[in-house]
Design a protein around this ligand. Structure first.
Ligand SMILES: Cc1cc2nc3c(=O)[nH]c(=O)nc-3n(C[C@H](O)[C@H](O)[C@H](O)COP(=O)(O)OP(=O)(O)OC[C@H]3O[C@@H](n4cnc5c(N)ncnc54)[C@H](O)[C@@H]3O)c2cc1C
Length: 378
């Protein structure tokens, strides 16, 4: 993406433009804000901060890359990440479980998939949003949202009335529970994430599962680095390079070998992942849930972020159409719910198998049926 220097934010609302507030500065919030601004809305994004973690990687699977291309940030993502061609999964003692090529859903100019750090992906989306005129109101968390209006309430200052409020506040924010009356989602897994030096032979994505239900995911994020993450049943005390090496060493050879590439002092972070769908409806009036707030998916098959990006693509498309903001919110839910439900059913079946890897679940078959679903446009 070309930098065009210092930019003046557009006013929050003007003329007959739709006034959209996005709450949350994660992937869903940034992508929806960008899509809405590109569709001609006046957009304000409210978040404490916008910054992914440099030690956490995102596996940008084919339908996610297609969505990022549709949002106009495909080239910037390819430049910031590491394109790869296939994902292989291995079981106990290195037994191959499946190996699948990443379909080039984003078109012939783009790779099938890529690895990128969460910090880089957030930075790309934030820069594109600012360029499209999104007003970033950072340090301003939203305390509550009234469906009448809709109105946003803050700890300090006057409430703000908008045309459409997009709740992109994640799976475990209090706002999700308050507004939708939903139960809090428990954490499904705790992942230890960090970066290792990339062995030259590692140019694709790799997943592994042990009989104990431990999981590892590895994907190159640049010519010199690979993102690694491990979810383990066994608690680890420290959060440092040594602990990450010990976790990697529990896996079969190609993953265990990465332990030697985790540098002393490399940052390691722990992130909790919740999974579960917000019960329908995902919209009340002109207040709409997107991303993990509506559909937190397990990490298997990398669909959580992909579905967040698809929400944004569809939001942008619908905001180009006539209709009241409430009608747009309803249309988005009607379009997104069946697809996300299908993806979630497959991902959750695979996640159950990963947690207790016995029985005759055919992961290859699940991966293929998922590919068939996400091959279709969002
Ligand atoms: C360890 C780990 C690895 C993952 N790997 C992948 C992967 O490889 N591929 C993939 O596709 N997905 C992956 N995911 C999932 C992916 O990161 C999420 O699905 C995606 O980030 C969804 O983002 P979101 O914006 O919906 O939620 P979040 O990223 O949780 O963002 C929510 C934001 O809302 C803000 N917020 C909350 N409440 C308020 C409020 N009241 N006011 C203002 N702001 C508020 C929060 O501060 C936060 O910034 C991974 C997740 C984890 C934890």
């Amino acid at each position: 993406m070309r930098s065009k220097g210092k930019r003046v934010a557009k006013p929050a609302a003007s003329g007959s433009k739709r006034n959209v507030a996005v709450i949350g500065g994660g992937l869903a919030g940034l992508a929806c804000a960008l899509a809405a601004a590109r569709a001609g809305a006046s957009v304000q994004l409210f978040a404490l901060r916008v910054a992914g973690d440099p030690a956490v990687h995102v596996d940008v699977v084919p339908n996610m890359l297609r969505g990022l291309v549709q949002l106009g940030v495909g080239d910037a993502c390819v430049r910031a990440g590491f394109p790869y061609r296939r994902t292989s999964a291995i079981g106990q003692r290195g037994t191959p479980l499946y190996s699948l090529d990443a379909a080039r859903l984003a078109g012939p100019r783009y790779p099938g998939a890529l690895g990128i750090t969460s910090a880089q992906l957030h930075a790309v989306l934030k820069a594109a949003g600012a360029e499209a005129g999104v007003v970033m109101r950072l340090g301003e968390p939203v305390v509550d949202v009234d469906v009448e209006g809709p109105r946003l309430r803050f700890a300090r200052g006057e409430p703000l009335r908008v045309d459409l409020a997009v709740l992109a506040c994640g799976a475990r924010g209090g706002l999700r529970e308050r507004f939708f009356g939903a139960d809090a989602l428990p954490a499904e897994a705790e992942w230890s994430c960090g970066l290792a030096g990339r062995p030259l032979a590692l140019d694709d994505a790799l997943q592994a599962t042990t009989a104990a239900g431990d999981r590892a995911h590895v994907v190159p994020v640049s010519g010199s680095l690979a993102g690694v993450r491990v979810a383990s049943r066994q608690a680890i005390g420290a959060l440092d390079a040594q602990a990450l090496r010990a976790l990697l060493a529990r896996f079969p050879a190609p993953i265990a070998a990465l332990a030697a590439h985790v540098e002393e002092g490399a940052p390691v972070v722990r992130q909790q992942l919740a999974s579960g769908l917000l019960p329908q409806p995902w919209a009340r009036g002109a207040v709409l849930a997107v991303g993990d707030c509506a559909h937190a998916l397990p990490a298997v098959f990398g669909q959580a972020g992909a579905q967040a990006i698809e929400d944004a693509v569809v939001l942008g498309e619908l905001l180009r159409q006539e209709g009241t903001p409430a009608a747009i919110a309803q249309r988005l839910v009607a379009r997104r719910f069946p697809r996300v439900q299908q993806v979630a059913a497959i991902a959750m079946q695979a996640a159950r198998w990963q947690a207790a890897p016995e029985g005759d679940t055919d992961l290859l078959q699940l991966a293929r049926s998922l590919d068939a679903v996400v091959h279709e446009p969002a």
